[in-house]
Write a protein of this length. Structure first.
Length: 141
């Protein structure tokens, strides 16, 4: 079992470097284009030259942004990304007000259309009961 351990460690490093290279944005890649780094990692992976070269020289790394940082360090490093709750966001609240105005205008149009249709139905019912010649004048409303 122990004789397979070096092979598994090399394979794990190879896979890690390959996935790290693929997930790294083009702007953070140093030295060579990203595609060339992928080829170097794949071609020289079994002798560890490719993955080690990628980890040492291929990617810009920032100190103190690792996974082991404290929450206050993380907050300091990520303070440029401000997140605002929807009920505190003035743009979101303004968009809600605009949507409400549109909905109210649509509702008024529907109500006016409904009143007009009801009035037409009342006239038709009145004509059917009284006959076309006895039709009372339309109510003003």
């Amino acid at each position: 079992m122990l004789r397979y351990l070096p092979f598994l460690l090399v394979l794990a490093l190879w896979i890690y470097a390959f996935i790290d290279c693929l997930n790294t944005p083009e702007s953070k890649v140093r030295g060579l284009p990203k595609v060339v780094w992928v080829i170097v990692i794949l071609l020289f992976g079994e002798v560890l030259i490719g993955p080690i070269a990628w980890l040492v020289a291929g990617k810009q790394r920032q100190p103190g942004t690792g996974g082991g940082s404290t929450p206050s360090e993380w907050h300091r490093n990520h303070s440029s990304a401000k997140w605002i709750a929807p009920d505190d966001n003035p743009e979101f609240l303004r968009s809600l007000k605009e949507e409400n105005k549109k909905d109210e205008a649509l509702l008024k149009d529907w109500e006016a259309d409904l009143r007009r249709r009801e009035e037409e139905l009342r006239r038709k019912e009145g004509e059917a009961k009284n006959g076309p010649e006895d039709t009372p004048p339309a109510a003003k409303g």
